[in-house]
Design a protein around this ligand. Structure first.
Ligand SMILES: C[S@@+](CC[C@H](N)C(=O)[O-])C[C@H]1O[C@@H](n2cnc3c(N)ncnc32)[C@H](O)[C@@H]1O
Length: 258
């Protein structure tokens, strides 16, 4: 399943909270339950709706957890500043998504394993690779690359502040020796790398391709998880899951521009 567009995700998540609240209201009106148990109904309703709307799994949990969390927070009668802080944290996490149309959505274990499995085939007997994860998220893919023992220099760049901070902390704790930068992937010179990994969104792919075709050097590989480049079939494809879209797409550079 492809990452949903951020606005659609938000709209569906909100709709599920409304659905959960309506379910609780209906149960209350029917006189079946009163008080705190109604929160359970709102929670189940929101989680069920998230599932039916085919939101990613972790949104089922977020949807179901929201009504009791909101009620708990309201009961605590916290100062308004706390809510302002929560709003700022959300903006740090999701604010950039609206501009980039690339949500935070992590390569799972199977994609990471598929990538390391490919390294032997793409770069036999090399352990001096320069590799970069464009839009590094929480740094997990980068850790996998580094732990494969094939990188002389592994790098990641991330521009959403909260993921950047969390990823930086995680990499530091793991003793990651490479580079983790805050900034835009569009400013990175791809000519420095043997391997460029990107898990972005369909909206980013035409621009990424133009950049890669301009900058990447001969013999290097561009690898996109899930997203194709319109009009440029990949040289190779490695399935990750059963869904045909769940695959790593590989282009050996240089290739003709579109
Ligand atoms: C789908 S996630 C992939 C995360 C990670 N690479 C992985 O595979 O697990 C895409 C990430 O790209 C980041 N991103 C989007 N646009 C960006 C840009 N212009 N520069 C740097 N990072 C960007 C997002 O904030 C998000 O963390």
């Amino acid at each position: 399943m492809s990452p949903p567009a951020p606005w659609s995700l938000l709209a569906r998540a909100l709709a599920c909270q409304v659905a959960g609240a309506l379910a609780a209201l209906a149960v209350h009106q029917a006189g079946w339950l009163h008080g705190w148990p109604l929160l359970g109904i709102a929670s189940l309703g929101a989680g069920f709706c998230a599932w039916r709307m085919r939101l990613p799994r972790w949104w089922w949990v977020i949807g179901a957890a929201f009504p009791p969390a909101a009620a708990g927070v309201a009961a605590l009668q916290l100062p308004a500043e706390w809510f302002a802080a929560a709003l700022v944290a959300s903006l740090l996490l999701f604010g950039t998504v609206m501009a980039s149309r690339v949500p935070l959505w992590l390569s799972g274990r199977r994609a990471r394993d598929a990538l390391t499995g490919l390294l032997d085939e793409l770069f036999p007997e090399r352990s001096d690779l320069r590799a970069i994860d464009l839009g590094g998220g929480l740094g997990g893919l980068l850790l996998t690359l580094w732990r494969s023992g094939r990188c002389r220099h592994c790098a990641g760049i991330e521009w959403a502040p909260l993921p950047y901070l969390v990823g930086g902390l995680r990499l530091r704790l793991a003793g990651f020796p490479g580079t983790w930068r805050f900034g835009s992937l569009w400013r990175v010179d791809l000519g420095e790398y043997d391997l460029v990994y990107a898990f972005l969104s369909p909206a980013a792919m035409p621009r990424l391709w133009d950049k890669a075709a301009r900058e990447m050097r001969a013999g290097s590989w561009l690898i996109s998880y899930r997203f194709a480049v319109p009009g440029v079939p990949p040289d190779r494809r490695r399935a990750v899951g059963d869904d045909p879209e769940d695959a790593l797409l590989l282009w050996r550079m240089p290739r003709q521009r579109r």
